[in-house]
Design a binder for this molecule. Structure first.
Ligand SMILES: [Zn+2]
Length: 351
């Protein structure tokens, strides 16, 4: 295994090239789900999937990254490291590594896709794609100013709002997902987007016969710098905590997390009912919620009202916000990323 943080790539296209090369070298079968969205210089984009082990698995570990575009640098690094030193798999087991579910977002340094959709809010249970928390509507002008980035007392306003409503309540109403403000932050879309649609079809077609599935979906942002939380559904909390220990956090409003609508986990459970999937969002903490929201807000303003090109400070800022350059942060990501995969494989073996 290579030392240090060489697995982190400087941009999406480098990461994608390394992923396919390393996957083929590791003996994986490589499949790409093509997408219509294009990169900044017109490049083709697709979701790369490396498949190791059984073709029709009874047990499967599904490891995905980059559902939130710019958050994908960490997950991509974990996956490259994994492909460089593939763990042993029993005959009836597959390890399926899904590289960057939102390649547009990573290529353009956005958290959302080409339609401003937050893909982890794009799988609502009832497929209604309607509604917004009432407080979101009241905060729309603060969250989504209709002008290019400027300094406009954001931090003072944010401080006031936190005093008035409390951080947990604000996070819940701002970030849980909304379907009413298509140009705003945390917009869940009006229908299932192309990437999620393709991915759902892939999971259904290839994994329907699995009897046991563990899913690890890597994110960054929430939580303490360089520490990871394992975010799970509140109903699954006890069961998963028994196995994966104290890092497990239920998705409900508290210091770290908030409930979301239409997350990827809900799609996986719906499509693979037979496998009773254990769905874990592995979330690596970076900066404070107020700073993260600021970076998202300014990048969205640049995208919508400033031109949206990559050569702007809001882009570099967003990347640093979701993938800190800090060597110790990156080492922690690689170490904990690997540990969780090994833990999940051990758990699968008992199934
Ligand atoms: Zn995320």
């Amino acid at each position: 295994m290579k030392a240090g943080t060489v697995y982190f790539s400087p941009d999406y296209f480098t990461a994608a090239e390394r992923f396919s090369t390393t996957a083929l070298k590791s003996g994986a079968r490589l499949q790409i789900l093509p997408l219509h969205a294009k990169g900044p210089t017109g490049q083709e984009l697709g979701i790369e999937i490396a498949w190791l082990g059984a073709q029709t698995p009874r047990r499967v570990l599904l490891h995905s990254s980059g559902l939130h575009g710019v958050e994908g640098f960490a997950g991509s690094a974990i996956q490259l490291q994994l492909l460089d030193d593939v763990p042993a798999l029993p005959a009836d087991t597959a390890l399926v590594i899904v590289h960057i579910l939102n390649p547009y977002g990573m290529a353009w340094l956005r958290r959302v896709n080409e339609n401003n959709v937050d893909l982890n809010r794009n799988f609502p249970h009832n497929a209604s794609y309607a509604g917004a928390p009432s407080m979101y509507a009241r905060l729309d002008r603060f969250l989504n100013p209709q002008s290019p980035p400027t300094s406009d007392f954001y931090f003072a306003k944010a401080g006031y709002l936190i005093l008035r409503y409390g951080l947990a309540a604000l996070k819940q109403s701002v970030a849980s997902g909304q379907y009413e403000f298509p140009a705003g932050l945390f917009f869940g879309g009006t229908q299932m987007e192309e990437g999620p649609r393709q991915y759902e079809a892939f999971v259904k077609q290839r994994l329907a016969l699995a009897e046991k599935a563990i899913v690890i979906d890597v994110h960054t942002g929430l939580g303490k710098f360089a520490e990871d939380s394992l975010l799970v559904d509140a109903e699954e909390y006890i069961r998963i905590r028994d196995v994966f220990g104290e890092r497990v956090t239920a998705l409900r409003p508290d210091e770290v997390a908030y409930r979301i609508q239409g997350g990827l986990g809900s799609m996986i459970s719906r499509v693979l009912p037979k496998a009773h999937p254990v769905f874990i969002g592995q979330e690596f903490g970076t900066y404070s919620p107020v700073n993260i929201l600021h970076a998202l807000r300014e990048e969205n303003r640049w995208h919508r009202y400033g031109g949206g090109t990559l050569d702007h400070p809001t882009k570099e800022k967003l990347k640093e916000t979701f993938c800190p350059a800090s060597e110790s942060w990156r080492q922690a990501v690689l170490r904990r990323g690997r540990e969780l995969v090994e833990q999940a494989l051990r758990e699968l073996m008992h199934a």
